[in-house]
Design a protein around this ligand. Structure first.
Ligand SMILES: Cc1ncc(COP(=O)(O)O)c(C=O)c1O
Length: 409
């Protein structure tokens, strides 16, 4: 013991040497189901380059209608900046109920609807609340990159059902039905499809939905491009089929139809029982969607729909242009997508599109997305987005066509 000012104090303990152990962050193993997306690699590289033409864009380039942005600004100025009810702004629930009721002649109640932060949250809730070990999900290949990782993160099994460019990536309902087994829990549909632009006819949707209802299998239907149908056909939602909502979850958002991707409002429509369960989950994830953006959504649904008709005309013209340009490009096999704003042509089977897209970006300055971002059977495909002006699309192909002529694939 040492003494200090007459007091006995303990001898100071030898100083502990602080060392820092380098450990890996202890992420949940399920995080391994999230792939490193090819899109990011391309976009990061493009960000370092000058004079890039992006045919990689996954959101509308058209402006949000003014009455929609006005409604959002007005709601903020009126002090509507608090939380809404967890299921969604009551006015929006009513507007969605009426809109879907009129469109598909289906009687819905506001209790069949949950408003979310975009279709992304809706899909997150629906898939992660149901995927589990021993449950198999049939997923169309190629399809939007969210579904398979969300299913796998929660222990679910993904079985890909390939579609082919020879028939415009149409889904043969028999390909789904013959793959249903004892383990199958659900089918994930997306029409119009990202990345192929395929719109499934009513006969396809009806056959799958009816078979799934008969066998007690859940159908998740991502309908975010439901207004981007570019030819003269009526859009078929799972809600236009006669089956009860117990087997269905219809997911959509304002992102594409009204160019509101950054405002983040989407929804799920399902049975009242399913919505009740998902509401609780929603409260523990994002709690509520953005309030002013929900007011903007009400204005979008209830206001003039001319912007939607104009949007379809614009995308149709661009689609026709890009179909023609793809047909003129050596090594690419195209088709005519009848919805969305993407085309997904094939390269010869042995070609790795990921490698080719990187070289194309470096050497021509055109940014696209390689097929492996969207599934396992499409590593020789490229996604071109036509969510940019016709001038930019033409300029891009003025670079791509001569460059492809020089390739020896
Ligand atoms: C097929 C598909 N589903 C969902 C989303 C996400 O939409 P949201 O902006 O509503 O989250 C996208 C966005 O690109 C998409 O292409």
């Amino acid at each position: 013991m040492a003494t200090s000012a007459g007091k006995t104090v303990p001898e100071s303990a030898p100083k502990r040497k602080l060392t820092y152990r380098k450990t890996k962050a202890r992420w949940h193993p399920s995080m391994q189901a999230i792939p490193v997306p090819g899109i990011r690699r391309m976009v990061n590289m493009a960000a370092e380059m000058d004079d890039v033409i992006h045919l990689s864009i996954g959101q509308p380039d058209l402006p949000t209608p003014k009455h929609v942005t006005d409604a959002m600004v007005d709601s903020i100025q009126a002090g509507q900046t608090g939380y809404t009810m967890d299921a969604g702004l009551p006015e929006l629930l009513v507007a969605l109920r009426d809109y879907y009721g009129n469109r598909y002649g289906r009687k819905l109640s506001t209790e069949n609807i949950l408003v979310t932060s975009g279709a992304t949250e809706a899909m997150y809730l629906a898939l992660s609340a149901t995927a589990a070990p021993g449950r198999q999900f049939l997923v169309v290949d190629p399809s939007f990159l969210l579904y398979a990782p969300l299913i796998r993160m929660n222990g679910g099994e993904v079985k890909f059902i390939p579609t082919r460019p020879e028939n415009g990536h149409q889904l043969d309902p028999d390909d789904i039905i013959k793959n249903i087994s004892m383990r199958t829990f659900a089918v994930v549909l997306n029409s119009p499809n990202n990345p192929t632009g395929a719109v499934y006819p009513k006969s396809t949707i009806e056959r799958i939905v009816e078979e799934c209802a008969f066998r007690g299998i859940q159908v998740f239907s991502d309908e975010v491009y439901d207004h981007l149908v570019l030819d003269d056909e009526e859009y078929s939602s799972v809600l236009s089929c006669g089956t009860d909502l117990d087997h269905l979850m219809c997911i959509s958002s304002f992102s594409k139809t009204y160019s509101m991707a950054g405002l983040r409002v989407g929804w799920i429509i399902s049975s009242q029982g399913a919505i009740k369960k998902l509401r609780r989950y929603h409260m523990f994830t994002t709690s509520v969607a953005n309030t002013p953006a929900q007011f903007a959504g009400v204005a979008a649904l209830e206001g003039d729909q001319q912007s939607v008709r104009d949007m379809i005309d614009i995308y149709r013209e661009r689609r026709d242009l890009i179909v023609d340009l793809v047909n003129q490009t050596p090594y690419l096999t195209g088709y005519k997508p009848n919805g969305g704003f993407f085309i997904f042509p094939d390269l010869p089977d042995h070609v790795d599109a990921s490698d080719l897209c990187l070289r194309m970006l470096k050497e021509t300055g055109v940014c696209t997305v390689p097929g492996d971002a969207f599934g396992e059977h499409c590593t020789n495909s490229i996604r071109f987005s036509f969510s940019t002006t016709s001038e930019r699309i033409e300029q891009a192909f003025e670079r791509i066509i001569p460059w492809m002529k020089k390739q020896n694939l």
